[in-house]
Design a protein around this ligand. Structure first.
Ligand code: NDP
Ligand code: HSE
Length: 434
């Protein structure tokens, strides 16, 4: 059997997962693809810190040795970040070696440059592990749905945030404690702000949007909100209204040609929708293709083993590339609708949940309703728990479809009313209708 040696750069959570998974299933993988796949070298930052189960003869502290080593034919970049990782990927591609990465921050920031380099040097860049860990969503969009226009894609793509929101809802757990658990379990990025501020989800949703629509989505154009401001009170009221709050990535084609909503924000999802029951570190992507209709992908989106599973699938593809001289498959990224553009958030149309803290006194509701009315924003329901006259109470509005721009403007005015205490909370509602 032909043998292919690959080099791992970075032996942290994912790198060590790949090492263990290959030990477990390397023979199986090799027999399935007809190529013996072996770890040739491993680059780490500090050999002293490495587990004793890693053979010392494989280890180096200089990643460039792997690029220069003629016996290493594939490089797996599992370091993270966008500085050294970019250097590694470019150097490996320049050397004509297929590269595998789990690094969504890197693909999001430099994907265009890296795919161009892969093309220039006649090799490939694989990134299945960069979105939704073990779910083969990249391959599904690129190959399985190659004959579809993707009209809408909704994703719960950050395991850390989903884990936090799930435990806040089901256990009434507090944010900081659950975040510490997510870090201990190896779900969170370093630093975890990338997760909880929504940027990790934006990296992933941008990659999926680029694949689905065939133009590189500039990450700066993605509207991103994280989950820091989602309170126990919002989770409770959303629940009373029949909704669950999820950090949802949305890629939705608008009626005007080639304009696509690409956004990430905490969203109220009806409890009856399948995405509402995706819990803990699980991820899910709901895709609507014009030929296939609705499809759902569900699985573990973070952690050592699921991510290793995706890296192994890329290793198999890269090994097959080498065996068949790179000519038999759809390339990892295929530009097609190059004129596409991201729809500015102000123009995105949505429904809304608004929570205000107001003085419980005559005329309060009328003043707020008047501003929504003047802004041409319809109210679909109102809840105010029984309060004590003169004291502050929460006042919840569910709003009909309106543009984000109109709602933001109305809330600015409402926030200035003397009867409104503190900043209005606004969360969008997705009913999967438009
Ligand atoms: P870790 O921080 O656990 O691992 C990164 C490893 O790279 C560390 O061991 C680090 O060493 C090492 N490293 C840093 N610089 C170098 C260098 N110059 N040469 C050799 N090794 C180096 O991160 P993860 O394994 O969690 O993540 C790796 C990548 O996978 C990231 O891009 C991440 O976004 C992505 N990813 C992670 C998932 C997860 O669930 N963890 C899921 C999907 C993708 P040291 O510890 O000494 O700094
Ligand atoms: N920090 C990421 C998450 C890891 O929580 O989803 C998987 O990409």
């Amino acid at each position: 059997m032909q043998q292919v040696n690959f080099g791992i750069i970075g032996l942290g959570t994912v790198g060590s997962g790949v090492f263990d998974a290959l030990k477990l299933n390397g023979d199986l993988l090799s027999s399935r693809i007809g190529v013996r796949v072996q770890i040739g070298r491993i680059a780490v930052r500090s050999i002293k810190k490495c587990s004793s189960k890693i053979p010392r003869n494989l280890l180096t502290e200089n990643w460039r040795e792997l690029i220069d080593d003629q016996k290493i034919q594939i490089i797996a970049e599992l370091v993270g970040g966008t500085t050294i990782a970019r250097e590694i990927v470019l150097a490996a591609l320049k050397a004509g070696k297929p590269v595998i990465t789990a690094n969504k921050a890197l693909i999001s920031a430099h994907g265009e440059e890296l795919f161009a380099a892969a093309k220039k040097f006649g090799t490939n860049l694989y990134y299945e592990a960069s979105v939704c860990g073990g779910i083969p969503i990249i391959k599904s969009l690129r190959e399985g749905f190659v004959g579809n226009r993707i009209n809408a894609l909704y994703g719960i793509v950050n395991g850390t945030c989903n884990y936090i929101l799930t435990r806040m809802k089901l256990e009434g757990a507090d944010f900081a404690g659950v975040l510490a658990d997510a870090q201990r379990l190896g779900y969170a990025e370093t630093p975890p702000d990338l997760d909880i501020d929504g940027h990790d989800a934006a990296h992933k949703i941008g990659i999926l949007a680029s694949l689905a629509h065939g133009f590189w989505v500039n990450p700066k154009k993605i509207h991103v909100e994280g989950i820091r401001h989602v309170s126990a009170l919002d989770i409770k009221f959303a629940g009373e209204l029949g909704y669950t709050i999820k950090l949802l990535g949305i890629v939705k084609k608008c009626s005007s040609a080639c304009r696509v909503q690409v956004s990430v924000y905490p969203t109220l999802i009806p409890n009856s929708h399948v995405l509402a029951s995706v819990n803990y570190a699980f991820n899910a992507v709901f895709v609507h293709g014009d030929v296939v209709g609705d499809s759902l992908f569900y699985g573990r989106g973070a952690g050592k083993d699921p991510t290793a599973s995706a890296v192994l699938s890329d290793i198999a593809d890269a090994a097959l590339d080498l065996k068949f001289s790179n000519k038999h498959r759809i390339p990892p990224f295929v530009p097609h609708e190059c004129e596409g553009a991201v729809l500015p958030i102000e123009e995105v149309v949505s429904q809304y949940f608004v929570r205000l803290n107001v003085a419980d006194k005559p005329g309060t509701l009328a003043k707020i309703a008047a501003i929504f009315g003047q802004s041409n924003i319809g109210i679909s329901s109102v809840i105010q728990p029984e309060g004590h006259e003169g004291k502050s109470v929460p006042l919840i509005f569910m709003l009909h479809y309106a543009t984000n721009g109109a709602v933001q403007n109305a809330l600015k005015k409402i926030g200035k009313l003397p009867v409104v205490k503190g900043k209005p909370v606004m969360l969008r509602v997705e009913n999967f209708e438009k």
